[in-house]
Design a protein around this ligand. Structure first.
Ligand SMILES: Cc1cc2nc3c(=O)[nH]c(=O)nc-3n(C[C@H](O)[C@H](O)[C@H](O)COP(=O)(O)OP(=O)(O)OC[C@H]3O[C@@H](n4cnc5c(N)ncnc54)[C@H](O)[C@@H]3O)c2cc1C
Length: 254
């Protein structure tokens, strides 16, 4: 009896040890896997945080080089594309933004943000994009004529004191918006020029683009949003806009 019970105790002990070993092996495997995944994400994040706006690597590619890891492709990271990328990324969507030039834009456009635009930034959680870019608060307009002047103030009485218009260098503002979008690990911001939309049976499946190294690539997603601005080449492939130019802006650079 004693022998039998001793044997039982031994087998229970051995079974315990086997179980413990399995649990330890499982835990070890889990830690290794976790570290691998965590390291990969960490590298991508620090890469995007290290300089103004950097290109992140494509997460995975199919055999023919097509990126299939996005819910949404956004063409263009101007004010529209960057704000959309950030908003969708915050919502948990995997976004692949392809922007022709990730350097700070230097154009005379979009220098005045109206108070309504600032309220929209607050709504989108992007209000800090007007910080650290030397933005000036704007409270209305001044009119000058025949030696007389008058002021037209924005009706801001009902709003928090921070709500006003903002005037800034558009390029700096755009860089801040891009940085903000790229700070989300789920948003992949890549420098590249989209050359065409990939269409199958009347449905846009993705885009063809040339990346920074000049490689021709294809990216696929269930939704493609074209935010490539007023000089869009891609719009022409989707519709025939009958645009009539009714006014012109003329600037004098001093
Ligand atoms: C002279 C002028 C003054 C203006 N002043 C104001 C103002 O004071 N306040 C205001 O609110 N608005 C102003 N606007 C309007 C404002 O500039 C636009 O509404 C705004 O820039 C539109 O943003 P967007 O993101 O749609 O396009 P854009 O800002 O043009 O961004 C498009 C982006 O797409 C990229 N892109 C284009 N083609 C491709 C491609 N094939 N592949 C990849 N990327 C591509 C471009 O590089 C760019 O970064 C002004 C416009 C002009 C022309």
């Amino acid at each position: 009896m004693e022998l039998i019970s001793g044997y039982s105790a031994l087998s229970v002990k051995m079974a315990d040890q086997t179980l413990m070993a399995s649990i330890l092996a499982l835990l070890f495997g889990f830690v290794v896997l976790y570290r691998l995944v965590f390291k990969k994400n960490g590298e991508t994040k620090s890469e995007s945080e290290s300089s103004a706006v950097t290109t992140t690597t494509v997460i995975s590619r199919s055999k023919n080089g097509a990126d299939v890891d996005a819910d949404v492709i956004i063409v263009g990271a101007g004010v529209a594309g960057s704000a959309l990328a950030h908003t969708l990324g915050k919502d948990g969507r995997r976004v692949h933004v392809i922007e022709r030039d990730l350097k700070e834009p230097d154009r005379i456009v979009g220098e005045l943000l109206q108070p309504g635009g600032y309220l929209k930034l607050i709504e989108l959680g992007l209000e800090d994009c007007v910080e650290e870019i030397d933005a000036q608060k704007v409270f209305g307009y001044a009119l000058f004529k025949d030696g007389k002047a008058t002021r037209l103030s924005y009706p801001l009485e009902k709003f928090h004191s921070d709500v006003s218009g903002r005037s800034f260098h558009n390029g700096r503002f755009i860089q801040r918006m891009r940085e903000k979008a790229a700070s989300l690990p789920i948003v992949q911001l890549e420098q590249g020029t989209v050359t065409s939309l990939l269409e199958e049976s009347g449905t846009i499946r993705g885009v063809q683009y040339k990346n920074k190294s000049g490689e021709e690539l294809k990216a696929y997603a269930p939704l493609t949003v074209v935010c490539d601005g007023c000089f869009s080449n891609l719009r022409r492939s989707l519709c025939t806009p009958k645009v009539r130019v009714t006014k012109l802006f003329i600037f004098l650079l001093v």
